[in-house]
Design a protein around this ligand. Sequence first.
Ligand SMILES: Nc1ncnc2c1ncn2[C@@H]1O[C@H](COP(=O)(O)OP(=O)(O)O)[C@@H](O)[C@H]1O
Ligand SMILES: [Mg+2]
Length: 336
Amino acid sequence: MIELTDLTKIYGHGDERTVVLDRINFRVDAGEILAVVGPSGAGKSTLAQCVNLLTAPTSGSVVVNGDDLTTLSSRELRVARRRIGTVFQSSGLFERRTAAENVALPLEYLGVTPVETRARVAELLDRVGLTERANHYPFQLSGGQRQRVGVARALALRPSVLLSDEATAGLDPTTTESVVALLRELRDDLSLSIVFITHEMDTVLKIADSVARLDRGSIVESGRLVELLTDPDSSLGAELRPQGVAASAATGQQVWHVVYDAPDVPADWIARASADLGAPLSVLGASVQQIGGVTIGAATLGIPERFDSRAAEVLARYGLATNTEGRIDPALEGVA
Ligand SMILES: Nc1ncnc2c1ncn2[C@@H]1O[C@H](COP(=O)(O)OP(=O)(O)O)[C@@H](O)[C@H]1O
Ligand SMILES: [Mg+2]
């Protein structure tokens, strides 16, 4: 478990003073992945450095498994920091060391015996699916394999928290997918708390249990992924939602977007809502996706104009939330 309370980071003094992180609060339980999203310059990397205490926060606390790391002496901190493993974008591998030697590094620093180190490294490389690549040098590995070595090394000291700062940035979609799958597997098998920092919204959808959006040093929106996706008023949810087909309505129709938690909605909702409304709803686009173990449906509907004032109420009967933002005709704002 990791919990941040009012974590603040200020660089400089007086006129030069910059508040890079302003009272950040979140908690990630064991076996959970929190994605922290935000544009470049939002403070994501500063957050990562404060979380693993590479940079001292100006104020606030970072509690890992009950201990506040910000109150420890530098000696205690050296030990406590082992609870947090970190993976970076470029994986930070030593080019003159093989994959196995890179993974062994943290163990060597700790003075673990060579015999124990060899056994642990073999176990870690197996864990990330790279047994075959143990003696390869970084330049002989693909981008995804290098990240896996980085993950194995981050896990060497059996941390309970894994911190990832843009670990999938610059990877192609298939490689990103495999790194994401590995992290999810580790979350489950090792009950890790994972803080996954990224600027890529589509990766968030694949990995997160919950999401926090960082903007200019503050968390401006956060929540469980599934709740954000199904909340028609969440702007973060709207950005995260798989984009539906760009739809154009026939004349006399309004275009609405609906999102829903599929198990809560009857399969024949379109027919039933059309019957209740007394007019056919046309489906201009639809998708159903497995996200975080939940089936999220999204549909773009053409609503006959004459029925628009009743449509939101009828759709709500079937557990469908309509998105006022998605109503393309501004005249319809506020109808629901
Ligand atoms: N050592 C520093 N001194 C002063 N400002 C810094 C320092 N490190 C980062 N910043 C500032 O903090 C802000 C956030 O940077 P960063 O955490 O790297 O953002 P992100 O990772 O979201 O792109 C930027 O405006 C950056 O200029
Ligand atoms: Mg960054």
